[in-house]
Design a protein around this ligand. Structure first.
Ligand code: ZN
Length: 421
């Protein structure tokens, strides 16, 4: 965009109600297009956008009279990427430990960070994310979501889980002589249904449960909620039209979550083939959060080479078992454990550890959109879909690292990151 154009665009943004800037059609001309309606790269295809939606895609799309043509040489155009496991209110644990973030950082500081994180996420080409818990920042995610929706701050389309739910006494911060504020809402027994409904009333789009956790330092994770507790909470969420994500790393925590009706299970660090078979039979999706395991191992001093630390080795094994099982996969990095804006690390690791790159791209777009029940609106480049788009330099089917080389981001047809910025 030339400087005068940029100035004009900035002025138009300042005038409420003027929408003609987005009504002009734009023909995008990358080297190739990944539509996510199939699992292939289409060399030489073009995409026509108007009124915030995709109008046409294919090899012979022509620019209508008055349309702007935007050449994107050397790039691949993809649907806006989707990360289904972020924590916008957390920042990397090697900067500040989780305990100190929850206990010492004022809510205004955490919210200011979340605003910056939302912008970094969008600029990285992630136009939709599911935030799975504010980790002690109350219901501030609901306000952040409103600020993005109202155009006050830039950010991705947000699906939020509010405070999330843990079994009483199971979570953290731990080890204090007095009761201290916790990183999620505690509930047990009949209180669980009330807590689910209260969280939904406060804006939760998804309900998040922690089905297992370490009761004390140095202990292994153990299942926390009973299966009846999970089933009652999940039923209350489903009655309200909300889907449910469950943190579970142990086979028993996962088994309870599956049988209780969870929609997605997060982490699955110690999952077994039998658990994945049960997930597949019940159509529960698996978000392996490989990038979080990788990041935490690196914070512990691992440089990425051999020998791999035990948690990384175990993660590779459980992920391989998940791929082998054919369980429905989702892409969610637990982003926040590592830097917001580096969301593509999860896609890269899923490919590096055994998923075909085109399958990883499909899972991060059309697959994730379907899990959000938005498969007809986002996650693919097809006529009528919302024009959330990202162009990256190179071909991510050949080099998945290309996802980190973002050349352009379009959100609802608006250019939010222009080439060269
Ligand atoms: Zn998480």
């Amino acid at each position: 965009m030339t400087k005068p154009c940029r100035l004009l665009a900035a002025l138009l943004l300042l005038v409420p109600g003027i929408a003609f800037a987005q009504k002009a059609a734009v023909l995008l001309v990358p080297d190739r297009v990944f539509t996510a309606t199939d699992r292939a790269m289409h060399e030489g295809w073009k995409v026509l956008v108007a009124d915030g939606r995709i109008v046409a895609v294919g090899p012979d799309v022509a620019a209508p009279a008055g349309a702007e043509t935007r050449a994107l040489p050397g790039t691949t155009l993809l649907p806006g990427l989707i990360d289904l496991h972020v924590h916008l209110f957390l920042h990397p644990y090697d900067e500040t430990s989780w305990n100190d973030q929850v206990m010492k950082e004022p809510l205004a500081l955490r919210t200011a960070r979340a605003v910056a994180h939302a912008r970094a996420t969008l600029m990285a080409g992630f136009t939709t994310v599911r935030d799975l818990g504010t980790e002690g920042a109350g219901e501030a995610d609901a306000g952040l979501k409103q600020a993005i929706q109202q155009g006050i701050v830039p950010g991705p389309r947000l699906f939020i889980a509010g405070r999330a739910l843990v079994a009483t006494g199971a979570y953290g911060p731990k080890g204090y002589a007095y009761d201290v504020p916790q990183g999620a809402e505690e509930a047990s027994g009949e209180g669980i249904v009330a807590a689910v409904r209260r969280q939904i009333a406060h804006g939760a789009d998804w309900v998040k449960f922690y089905a297992d956790y370490r009761w004390g330092p140095g202990e292994p994770s153990r299942a926390t909620f009973s299966i009846d507790e999970l089933a009652a909470g999940i039923a209350a969420a489903h009655d309200a039209g909300r889907k449910v994500a469950v943190h579970a790393s142990t086979p028993e925590g996962m088994r309870r979550a599956i049988l209780a009706g969870a929609d997605t299970i997060e982490h699955g660090n110690d999952a077994t083939p039998a658990v994945f078979a049960l997930m597949k039979a019940r159509n529960v999706a698996f978000c392996p959060t490989l990038a979080a395991t990788d990041a935490i191992a690196r914070y512990g001093g691992w440089s990425g080479g051999a020998p791999e630390p035990e948690p990384v080795r175990a993660k590779r094994a459980s992920y391989a078992a998940a791929l082998e099982s054919g369980v429905r996969m989702c892409v969610g990095g637990d982003t926040g454990v590592f830097a917001h804006g580096a969301n593509a690390r999860e896609i890269a690791l899923m490919a590096a550890w055994g998923m075909k790159p085109l399958d990883a791209l499909w899972t991060a777009t059309a697959g994730n959109a379907a899990l959000l029940e938005l498969g007809d609106e986002i996650g693919a480049i097809a006529p009528g879909r919302i024009a959330d788009l990202v162009a990256v330099t190179g071909d991510p089917a050949r080099d998945i690292g290309a996802l980190e080389r973002v050349a352009m981001v379009m959100q609802r047809g608006h250019l939010v990151r222009a080439p060269g910025e």
